[in-house]
Design a protein around this ligand. Sequence first.
Ligand SMILES: Cc1ncc(COP(=O)(O)O)c(C=O)c1O
Length: 337
Amino acid sequence: MTKDIDWKQLGFHYTETDYIVRAECHDGIWGPIHATKDKHISLHLSATCLQYGQEAFEGLKAFRGADGRVRIFRMEENARRMARSAEGLCMTAVPEDIFCSCIELALQKNMDWVPPYETGATLYFRPLLIGTTPRLGVGPGHDFLFAVIPSPIGPYYPSGFEHATPFVVNRHVDRAAPLGTGQFKVGGNYAASFRATEAAHAQGMSCLFLDPTERHYIDECGAANFFGILNGRYVTPASSSILPSITNNSLMQLARDHGLIVEQRPIKLEELSAMSECGACGTAAVISPISRVIDPDNGHVYEFGDRPGPVSTMLYHALQDIQYGRAADSYGWCKVV
Ligand SMILES: Cc1ncc(COP(=O)(O)O)c(C=O)c1O
């Protein structure tokens, strides 16, 4: 049974489900995992997550497939990325088995919140790791709370995968430093990017971040990775300040499987002129095709058209077919629960 909800109207907003899952760590020792209906915590105001931003998070989805079974996509990769984020902020990493058990328990306890097949909606999980040690002296704590917060989310494209979106180049705000925390999924990166992303949204566009050293190379598309199709090759930035996207990693594999050469290297902004199509990729949308990139500093506009290109369309469907169980999962990316 699934909840009686108008799934298509959900959007990418938080909807409270029955249970969240929690586990605590003190001095490196993880306590028991438990599911609870209580979505609130009692936290000391001097906790390191509040004082010094010692927090990391993740995002992943469960899909109800064509066969009625529920699949979680590449959960172990999220566990590994969160462990790297934790190490990046001197936090105790959540062991992979605890991370995956928490996700699976969160799914089992909220099974009727997994949207029906063909609504385009999914059950999204937001794993969160926060430092809870009270301290005023600047430094990391040694107590942590890990929680998995599920929420059903609506289809990213209520009317289908057909609307490309415009991006505006930003040279005024860096979301992360060259050797900073950009490669980690930590709250501070997002707070640091709000000034730029909100300014872009106010103009009806999304924000294209450039590399923070020279501001010549493409870094991130808002909170998503960039890829382009250049002379029939799949190109995507290599940079120390971008988050290694699990979607991008999957698309690179599928691109290779479809005979494309994949290049992961620094990509100059001007290379956009030679690209036949490009997009932003991430868990939320899989691929958001890019219609145009506007460079406000010189007035240049790189045009790609308002509809997704053929390679983006092929890759989008190839990945969704695996996530919804319509195609063979040759790489074992899905965990059926
Ligand atoms: C900054 C940033 N880049 C890229 C991505 C895409 O990563 P993934 O495909 O793992 O969702 C995300 C979303 O998690 C993100 O926040």
